[in-house]
Design a protein around this ligand. Structure first.
Ligand code: PXP
Length: 252
């Protein structure tokens, strides 16, 4: 098997620095400062989700990130005309298309690609032409992966939320079944030539089994890391995640 050791990237999602800032409507804590610290602390990329309701990241944050980042920006967005126009204006390194429901607390599931194939194929074409790497956030489901491949996405990001929730709730049989599904689907997506990313809900306790999948090239982690940063500081919180990822990735 190809040795991918050392090639696992960490994308730090800074949305929830903006959540804390927006709780008071002022200027701090500043997500741009968090992004700069994260990149100094070893983040390989920064992820930010501009939601339709702007509940955390704002348009000005995206503009600022495009100006200050030296690592790639992974711009998470719903498949709307408004977001497409914003992405085409900024041309971030990557766009990750996610499902979005106004009432949800977080991105609850993966995108339904199979049923929306034609629409999504047309939607992502200009983004690809503009030079963005197009990633689709989906459940570990063969049908969705095949559809993502057919519409021309270069990357899929597998939703790890069900695995992390099962772990947190002590449903260990369900957790192991989810992990197995993630393992199989990472290998399947890789065999189609898709780059495989994963994320959602990952913590120090749950990151290693996913980081160990050789096909996974990037993990995107936010909420837990920003929470840990309150206690440890951004730099040590990220360094510990990086250490756990590298440890899981070491060839045995
Ligand atoms: N990947 C995607 C596509 C997401 O939508 C999110 C949440 O915004 C994450 C990763 C990060 O999830 P978490 O904040 O739970 O680590």
């Amino acid at each position: 098997m190809t040795n991918f050791a050392g090639s696992l990237r960490l994308g730090v999602n800074i949305d929830h620095v903006a959540t804390v800032r927006n709780a008071r409507g002022g200027a701090y804590p500043d997500p741009l400062r968090a992004a700069k610290l994260a990149q100094e602390a070893g983040a390989d990329g920064i992820t930010a989700h501009l939601r339709e309701d702007r509940r955390h990241i704002t348009d000005a944050d995206i503009e600022g990130l495009m100006e200050v980042l030296t690592v790639p920006l992974n711009f998470e967005m719903a498949a709307t005309e408004e977001m497409q126009a914003i992405a085409l204006r900024h041309k971030p390194h990557a766009v990750c298309i996610v499902p979005e429901k106004r009432e949800e607390k977080t991105t609850e599931g993966g995108l339904e690609v199979a049923r929306e194939e034609n629409k999504l194929a047309h939607y992502i074409a200009p983004l690809r032409e503009a030079g963005c790497r197009v990633s689709i956030f989906i459940a570990a489901d063969q049908k969705q992966i095949e559809a993502a491949h057919r519409i021309g996405a270069q990357v899929i990001e597998l939703h790890t939320g069900a695995y992390c929730d099962a772990h947190a709730e002590g449903r260990f049989d369900a957790r192991d079944a989810e992990l197995e599904r993630l393992r199989e689907m990472s290998a399947f997506a890789h065999s189609l030539g898709l780059e495989v990313h994963a994320g959602h809900g990952l913590t120090y306790d749950t990151v290693q089994p996913v980081a160990a999948f050789p096909e996974v090239m990037e993990l995107n982690i936010g909420h837990f890391l920003i929470g840990e940063a309150i206690f440890l500081g951004m730099t040590p919180a990220i360094a510990e995640m990086r250490r756990l990822m590298d440890e899981a990735r070491e060839p045995v």
